[in-house]
Design a protein around this ligand. Structure first.
Ligand SMILES: NC(=O)c1ccc[n+]([C@@H]2O[C@H](COP(=O)([O-])OP(=O)(O)OC[C@H]3O[C@@H](n4cnc5c(N)ncnc54)[C@H](OP(=O)(O)O)[C@@H]3O)[C@@H](O)[C@H]2O)c1
Length: 311
């Protein structure tokens, strides 16, 4: 803990707090005829993102795990505006289901203009996926890593597009221990696991940006604000009580996340900006451990190996 407190530069932390109080920049850029793919769009940040993008004219393809919720979201979007709305069903904690979703994406007969990897969880208990991965790492990092990796050649061939990784200020929680990503050697900490997954995603965002340089496709990460959503609602009663009676009182409306994602997906002033981290729409310096390129290369290799894909 002390090790991580020591690494912080207080002026950067002050800027982070100030940025967190600012509303997101807005954008009136239309997205008619553009296809936006969003993972985890049944609630919270993802739902606000699809509402905002579809409201700007975009066609939407969601990747969700729940058919009934997906149909309800699709139905309400279709009533609200003309853009098409479709969905793929995939439980993103399973590498096999992520591969199936990727199959659906690469077979699309039209280009993807915007890819938003948003699906995420916060777990207070250690739950290993059927692949033996800690669930937070699997959903928040591995799924976004695999989907982005698969879309690199597809989007690069077209020479345009934006990829956004919904990350978190939670990446600042203590870094990640690559020697124990499945928590077999340490007592589990949900906050640390969340921070580890977000750190892995942020480090790989820089690696993706390097690989995309010169292609016309950009990749950036963002913190969607501290907003009232369903995150953590899968945890126990005590946690949910604390969430509802304490945490939620200090949180903002998730519509700011949708506004910010529309801005990052469409604003002309961000053309060519890649490899950056935004607090809503303000570019910000990530925690020092998330800027460690050597660690980034090791996370990349590990993620590649776990994914069974070619880099
Ligand atoms: N809320 C905040 O203050 C905050 C702050 C920083 C970062 N974030 C990030 O924002 C992103 C969205 O979270 P949220 O706050 O909007 O939470 P949320 O309301 O719980 O939404 C999470 C979304 O991810 C989906 N999801 C979860 N596990 C999945 C799985 N195994 N397979 C497929 N989809 C899955 C959920 O689907 P179901 O509806 O089926 O559960 C839901 O659509 C996450 O990456 C989170 O880390 C949130």
């Amino acid at each position: 803990m002390l090790k991580y407190l020591k690494e912080y530069n207080w002026p950067d932390m002050r800027r982070m707090i100030e940025n967190g109080r600012l509303p997101p920049d807005t954008c009136d850029e239309r997205l008619d005829g553009k296809l936006c793919v969003v993972t985890g769009a049944t609630s919270g940040v993802g739902l606000e993102a699809v509402k905002s993008l579809h409201g700007a004219g975009a066609d939407i393809l969601m990747i969700n795990r729940d058919e009934r919720k997906s149909e309800a979201v699709a139905d309400s979007l279709r009533r609200a505006g003309p853009g098409s709305v479709d969905y793929l069903i995939a439980d993103l904690s399973s590498l096999a289901r992520v591969r199936e979703a990727i199959g659906g994406l690469v077979r699309l007969e039209r280009p993807v203009d915007v890819l938003i990897n948003n699906a995420g969880v916060h777990m207070t208990r250690l739950v290993l996926t059927p692949d033996g991965l800690e669930t937070t790492f699997a959903v928040n990092h591995m799924a976004s890593f695999m989907i982005t990796l698969a879309m690199l050649p597809v989007m690069s061939r077209r020479g345009a597009g934006r990829i956004l990784q919904v990350n978190s200020q939670g990446h600042r929680f203590f870094g990640l221990d690559l020697g124990d990503i499945d928590w077999r050697r340490r007592p589990f900490s949900g906050l640390r696991a969340y921070g580890a997954a977000k750190t892995a995603q942020l480090l790989c965002c820089r690696e993706f940006a390097d690989r995309l340089r010169g292609t016309g496709v950009t990749v950036n990460a963002m913190h969607p604000g501290a907003v009232k959503t369903g995150i953590g609602e899968n945890n126990g009663r005590l946690y949910r009580w604390y969430n509802h009676h304490v945490v939620w009182k200090g949180l903002g409306d998730p519509s700011i996340s949708g506004t910010a994602l529309h801005y990052l997906a469409a604003a002309r002033e961000l053309e060519g900006v890649s490899g950056a981290y935004f607090n809503l729409t303000r570019e910000e310096k990530p925690a020092p451990h998330a800027l460690d390129r050597e660690l980034g290369k090791r996370v990349w290799e590990l993620s590649l190996r776990l994914s069974g894909m070619e880099g």
